[in-house]
Design a protein around this ligand. Structure first.
Ligand code: FES
Length: 164
């Protein structure tokens, strides 16, 4: 029996919204306390609407598929609507992940909130959905002394080359 459904495999092999913006309106990174993998999400915002989103990850195939779907889901939504997108919504949209891989989808959820938090900080905005949110929560132990930017760029290059 296949571990991953067709939609997960499709988003892993042909991920949407990979990359970053030269001048993002908001950018957030998150390291999983479970596996130590990293996720970076960048957003562009116009008149309170997320007009575009990109991701880069040092995570596994489930993280790639989750981020592909999650970025698709927030593009076109207002910032407030995007903050309401839960990890469960992403999993539903993906059609599920194996239980041992659920934490991978949390990377996308948390990195999106971190990117919106960054947008809010830069633009002097406050959002109800960010109350009590700490973009650095849980990730202290997940930096392995590596250069995250380089590691993520290498990962993206491998995904694009179809080697990962
Ligand atoms: S095992 Fe780390 S993101 Fe999936």
């Amino acid at each position: 029996m296949a571990i991953y459904n067709d939609k997960v495999i499709d988003h892993f092999t042909n991920p949407h919204n990979v990359g970053e913006f030269e001048n993002p309106d908001g950018e957030g990174t998150y390291g999983s306390p479970v596996c130590g993998d990293m996720m970076k999400i960048s957003i562009m915002v116009e008149d309170g609407v997320i007009t575009d989103a990109r991701f880069k990850t040092f995570g596994c195939g489930s993280a790639i598929a989750s981020s592909s779907v999650a970025t698709d889901m927030i593009i076109g939504k207002t910032v407030e609507e995007a903050l309401k997108v839960t990890n469960g919504d992403v999993l539903d949209e993906l059609g599920g992940l194996p239980p041992i891989k659920i934490h991978c989808s949390v990377l996308a959820d948390h990195a999106i909130k971190s990117a919106i938090y960054d947008y809010a900080q830069r633009h002097g905005k406050t959002y109800k959905g960010l109350e009590g949110f700490d973009p650095h929560a849980d990730e202290e132990d997940t930096h392995h002394g590596c250069d995250m930017e380089t590691a993520v760029d290498e990962m993206v290059a491998e995904v694009k080359a179809g080697r990962k």
